[in-house]
Design a protein around this ligand. Sequence first.
Ligand SMILES: Nc1ncnc2c1ncn2[C@@H]1O[C@H](COP(=O)(O)OP(=O)(O)OP(=O)(O)O)[C@@H](O)[C@H]1O
Ligand SMILES: [Mg+2]
Length: 309
Amino acid sequence: MIEIRHVNKSFQGQQAIHDLNLTLPAGELSVLIGSSGSGKSTTLKMLNRLIEPDSGSILLAGEDIRRQSPDSLRRRIGYAIQSVGLFPHWTVEQNIAAVPQLLKWPKSRIQDRVTELLTLLQLPPAQYRQRYPHQLSGGQQQRVGVARALAADPDVLLMDEPFGALDPITRHTLQQELIRIQALSGKTIVLVTHDIDEALLLGQHIVLMEHGRIAQQGKAQDLLLHPASDFVRHFVGQSDTGIRLLGLGKVGERVRQGQASGEPIRADRNLREALSLFVTRQVTCLPVVDEHGQASGVLHFNDLLGAAA
Ligand SMILES: Nc1ncnc2c1ncn2[C@@H]1O[C@H](COP(=O)(O)OP(=O)(O)OP(=O)(O)O)[C@@H](O)[C@H]1O
Ligand SMILES: [Mg+2]
């Protein structure tokens, strides 16, 4: 668990963070979202002491982080920064290996870990491990940044817009991968984004910031169905609320017995994707399969209603 208590931070007389109180549950993926300049990156950087608060305290697993050296803290906490920040004169392999090197892992273990992470992030190891950052596209650099943060398998992972420079397909793949990693490992992840759809998809706990304060926090449904202010309502997108609610529900939750023809949809897809299929195919019933491709029933257009409840 991460606890932020009465934290204030000013830069050159301008207050960036106002009396911030925030608890981020252990083993969950929390998302910090808000407009540009609302204090998301500053909050994240205070968690690993890249920035020190002016007042207040931050506890990690019950211990004040000021009692740990910034070095040892950064070995425990993986951090993928907004601007990527790879070491330009180090190869991809050396960049990813930075923290394992500090931890004095044996060479062969480091090599295996680099291979594993490059594969996970869809950068074929043979092709990429010896390249330098300037020989990579922006999105590839960003993936190396994520691999570096994951390298030493830290309990806590801080990610500042890690998928910002990726095309929608790679972005979708890595979002799904992050959900999988988080579910398997039970890591505590704090992710910053200003993409509301990314926040709703990934965030088990969502914190919406406004001018260095919390505008609202809670689950996706809380923000969509019970916005605490006009700012929140506007931010989560008034007109698309229904569509976004559908995005939170899974096809499998609405499946019924029956048979239908046509290309099936997987039960683990969300209802927003199902809606899109109903419209593009001009049908009112879709066959559903499980993750092994086994038929598991049908989804009726009418059953989308009620998904928001
Ligand atoms: N090192 C710094 N020196 C001066 N001002 C800073 C510094 N870092 C941040 N700020 C200011 O603090 C405020 C919050 O910045 P922060 O980087 O936390 O915003 P953000 O929510 O991450 O925004 P973005 O979405 O654009 O990345 C901004 O007004 C910014 O100009
Ligand atoms: Mg930022």
